[in-house]
Design a protein around this ligand. Structure first.
Ligand SMILES: C[S@@+](CC[C@H](N)C(=O)[O-])C[C@H]1O[C@@H](n2cnc3c(N)ncnc32)[C@H](O)[C@@H]1O
Length: 256
């Protein structure tokens, strides 16, 4: 897939996009990401892209024309119109499910706002969807765009070594992931749960699933309320409920 990013800070985006798993995915051609400097599309001789806000008020607003010309330049490079996403605190909050859906699209264009935001008319003209990364306001859309690219990229085939890498991770199936441990077996008197050293795969799987249910219940009851457990999960949830009534048993299960 190809992702284009329209921004006033392409160098900031490039720094993140060149590193680690994203950098490797780009170099191997699993995904293509291109950053475009919106300033290159202004007709202003001082390269201005913003102006004061009609109606008064503090701060500057990004002008419509440079953004529209940048959009046209990106469209000219693509066979079809890209799906245009404006990163905005007013958008729908990003979810794992939306990352999966967007990873199946061919072309995305991400628009990063700055200052007070963007002239509404260009948003009406080109934007298909607004996405927020949470209910708070940042200074610009670059960090949200990078969050989105990262979330999407790891869902693209071949970016991670296998789908197993993300299928049991938090949020993929509506639950949080089980706890993870690595060497040494004992660290500052804290032991790795015995079952993980047993080599008994069925017991390990069962323990992990139970931990997923337990953690989600404890840390994110809102997720648990939406989760629709399969019969096997219902059995584990019943066990957990019983253990909660008999705390001694519950503690042992956590240690095991
Ligand atoms: C200071 S914000 C503008 C906020 C705007 N005045 C408002 O109140 O809705 C500047 C830019 O940062 C980006 N931004 C800020 N917070 C964001 C968030 N939570 N999610 C996605 N983008 C965000 C948007 O691109 C926005 O245009």
């Amino acid at each position: 897939m190809r992702i284009d990013i329209a921004t006033l800070f392409p160098e900031l985006c490039e720094a993140v996009l060149s590193a680690s798993i994203l950098g490797r995915a780009r170099r191997s051609g699993r995904i293509s990401v291109y950053c475009h400097q919106i300033r290159d599309y202004t007709l202003d001789k001082h390269r201005r892209v913003d102006d004061t806000c009609y109606g008064g008020g503090k701060g500057m607003v990004m002008q419509a024309e440079p953004i529209y010309r940048c959009y046209e330049a990106v469209c000219a490079q693509l066979p079809d119109k890209p799906h245009v996403i404006y990163l905005s605190p007013q958008g729908k909050t990003l979810t794992q499910q939306r990352c999966v859906e967007l990873s199946r699209m061919e072309n995305l264009l991400l628009l990063c706002g700055h200052y007070e935001g963007v002239d509404e008319r260009v948003l009406e003209e080109i934007v298909d969807e607004e996405i927020s990364i949470g209910d708070y306001v940042l200074t610009g859309g670059e960090l949200p765009a990078l969050v989105l690219v990262d979330g999407i990229a790891r869902m693209c085939e071949g970016v991670l070594s296998s789908s197993e890498c993300y299928e049991e991770e938090s949020h993929y199936n509506g639950l949080l992931e089980y706890p993870q441990y690595t060497k040494p077996e004992v660290w500052r008197e804290r032991r790795v749960p015995e079952v993980l050293l047993s080599g008994h795969h069925a017991n390990v799987d069962r323990w992990r699933r139970k931990q997923q249910l337990l953690r989600t219940q404890e840390k994110r009851p809102d997720l648990m309320a939406r989760y629709q457990p399969a019969p096997e999960d219902r059995k584990l949830l019943a066990e957990l409920a019983l253990e909660e009534e008999t705390p001694g048993l519950y503690k042992e299960e956590k240690q095991r």
